[in-house]
Design a protein around this ligand. Sequence first.
Ligand code: HEC
Length: 221
Amino acid sequence: MTDRFNTIAGWALFAGIVALGLSILSGMFFHADKPQRPEKMGFPIEGVVEEGAADAGPSLAVLLASGSAAAGEAVFAKCTSCHTIDQGAANGIGPNLWGVLGKPIGKHAAGFAYSTALPAVGGDWTYEQMDHWLKSPRAFANGTKMSFAGLSSPEDRANVILFLRDHGGGPALPEAPAGDAVEAADDAAATAGEAAGDTAADAGAVASEEAAPADQAATAN
Ligand code: HEC
């Protein structure tokens, strides 16, 4: 009887240790899984408000829904000294930006010598990430080669993002109402990106509809 008790107690203890080990391991894993945000956000730059504190105005999703690519083209005049936007155009001081949205950060333009700082951010160009980048490139990737102060106006940023999106497409736009809807849109974009599975059918339809204007833009160029 005692023997059996010891065996059972031993297994219980063993199971506990395994569970603890697994939870520690998975903790490391999920932490490593979020490379988008560096642990430390570089040095503070005057006039740049910490994330979260700046959320007084309309959200990015709302600005993207109400903005216009035409207005963004005017903003893009600030970028043309360094960037081309048309498909297949040469890299300049900065990389060609055709189709940059949804692509891996700091990697998409072939033959461009990126800094080490920008690709080190990891992940893809989501609308959120692009908004942070254009607000303050140096705060987003300390050590970036893009010597551009940033666009302080949230409207300008949203409009120029729409202009980028008009040139080569991008993920599905986030839905304006905050919360679940936005998450759903993100999920749909992710699924459409993988272009697989039955459940992706709807998301895929949306994605290809949205890609259409970009294709027209391509032929126009
Ligand atoms: C003074 C030149 C300069 C100006 C002006 C400039 N950029 Fe850049 N941009 C760069 C350089 C250089 C890089 C590469 C950064 C790196 O490797 O760290 C870059 C990178 C980028 C990237 C990342 C591309 C990728 O492949 O991941 C985006 C997006 C971008 N710029 C958008 C803009 C927009 C939009 C504007 C105007 C509002 C702008 N830039 C203005 C020089 C510039």
